[in-house]
Write a protein that binds this ligand. Structure first.
Ligand code: HEM
Length: 421
């Protein structure tokens, strides 16, 4: 088949140890049509066969996102690797489904994440942010990830779910292992956390998913016996189209919310803090005019692009950007590339809190899977910036961030920042 080969490697997870390979993405964006990128072991022919169409331009990401009948989330998988049918079924959650299943599942949770509900959680998030920022400043700085960016979103999502806050560190540990599952090899022995399920049946192929499922089940038992006003009780009581969530749907939901509710927002807070430390004039501008904070929130999210890509699979023969796509082909939307598309963003590599036109795709390119937690994530980042502006906290870079080897989450393991006195 006449396929244009990718001019750069954007799939090997270790590439991301040096940050997003922006030069490679630029080369792909500038190549006419779509490029075919190999995936998996190269040399035996499988890497080539298992490859994907790399979608890097903003307009093309939008087109894929908004045509779920053609670019399916349920056929295949929304991560790069393929799953056998039984594995796909065992792991299926909101994110790996199409209408009508997706519509039904989404209805169960969308009520919880409306802007109105999100505002109800603001006071709680602000208290957590203030406490963490005060402690960070009192300690003269340190690892921003461990001290602020990780604890804030996990505590917020756990409070929403009704999960005891003392388990926050354990759940962060588990979701960190899930991100490691998107690296170039397994990070845990298959039997870690007492797992006996074949890892191919577990989300992110990780035994940590087994531990998260067990945790979800304990919460289920607890809330069935003693329901409250929390989201776990809500999920257990929710009836969508007259049907309750099945046990499998519930635990996949729980896992998705704990993962998506913490790894992503954390990543935005890390890259945002680093950007302000490296661009002190932007921070000064924000402190001078706090009405810019809402714009700054979206610029932080665009800059960070915490989720690097999502995959779809063509459900029929089709065409995109003048390139023929065959039914069954993987089509991967690289938000990291779309968010630096110069045809949409003026001076895209400039971090600019005054940016007015900022239609970034960090939460997805629109369509039915658009991030459920977008209001929540924005609120948390806004509250953090507001609390920092109120205290005039000036962050300073002390050493380079330690990036994770993941082609899926733009993750940072640690980031040492100082505080100007
Ligand atoms: C800055 C933080 C966040 C970013 C960058 C982000 C990004 C994304 C992206 C790219 C998608 C896929 C969109 C698509 O396929 O079209 C998504 C979906 C999702 N996100 Fe987020 N997310 C963030 C925060 C959150 C939070 C706080 C929650 C917690 C509730 C959350 C829950 C979800 C869920 C449940 C989905 C699946 C939605 C569906 O398939 O219908 N996200 N997110």
């Amino acid at each position: 088949m006449d396929r244009r080969a990718s001019p750069a490697d954007i799939a090997t997870s270790s590439v991301y140890l040096d940050g997003i390979p922006h030069e490679g993405f630029t080369a792909i964006r500038e190549t006419e049509g779509l490029v075919w990128h190999p995936y998996g072991p190269i040399g035996d022919g499988n890497g080539e066969r298992n490859g994907f169409w790399a979608v890097a331009r903003h307009a093309d990401v939008r087109e894929v996102s908004r045509n779920p009948e053609v670019f399916s989330s349920a056929v295949g998988h929304t991560n790069l690797w393929d799953l056998e049918a039984d594995a796909l079924e065992a792991r299926r959650s909101l994110i790996d489904s199409d209408a009508p299943d997706h519509t039904r599942l989404r209805r169960v949770v969308s009520r919880a994440f409306t802007p109105r509900n999100t505002r109800n959680w603001e006071g709680m998030a602000r208290e957590i942010a203030a406490e963490l920022v005060d402690a960070f400043v009192a300690g003269g700085g340190g690892d921003w990830v461990a001290q602020v960016a990780a604890p804030l979103p996990i505590r917020v999502i756990l409070a929403i779910l009704g999960v005891p806050l003392e388990d926050a560190d354990y759940l962060v540990e588990l979701t960190n292992h899930l991100v490691e599952g998107t690296g170039d090899g397994p990070s845990l022995p298959d039997d870690a956390y007492g797992n006996t399920t074949p890892t191919r049946l577990l989300p992110f192929n990780s035994p940590a998913s087994h531990a998260l499922f067990e945790y979800a089940e304990r919460m289920r038992q607890l809330r069935l016996a003693d329901p409250g006003a929390d989201l776990v009780s809500g999920l257990l009581e929710a009836e969508a189209d007259g049907e309750r969530l099945s046990a499998n749907e519930y635990r996949n939901f729980f896992q998705l919310l704990v993962f998506a509710g913490n790894e992503t927002t954390r990543t935005a807070m890390v890259h945002g803090a680093l950007a302000f430390a490296e661009h002190p004039e932007q921070w000064a501008e924000l402190c001078h005019d706090p009405s810019l904070i809402t714009r700054a929130v979206d610029e932080v999210i665009r800059w960070a692009t915490p989720v690097l890509h999502m995959r779809r699979t063509a459900s029929c023969d089709t065409e995109l950007a003048g390139t023929s796509i065959a039914a069954g082909d993987k089509v991967v939307m690289w938000y990291a590339a779309a968010n630096r598309d110069p045809t949409v963003f003026e001076d895209p590599f400039r971090f600019d809190v005054t940016r007015v036109e900022n239609p970034h795709f960090a939460f997805g390119g629109g369509g039915p899977h658009f991030c459920l937690g977008a209001f929540l994530a924005r609120m948390e980042i806004q509250v953090l910036l507001e609390e920092m502006v109120a205290r005039n906290v000036v962050l300073q870079p002390r050493s380079a961030p330690v990036h994770l080897a993941s082609n899926f989450v733009h993750g940072v393991a640690s980031l040492d920042l100082g505080v100007a006195s």
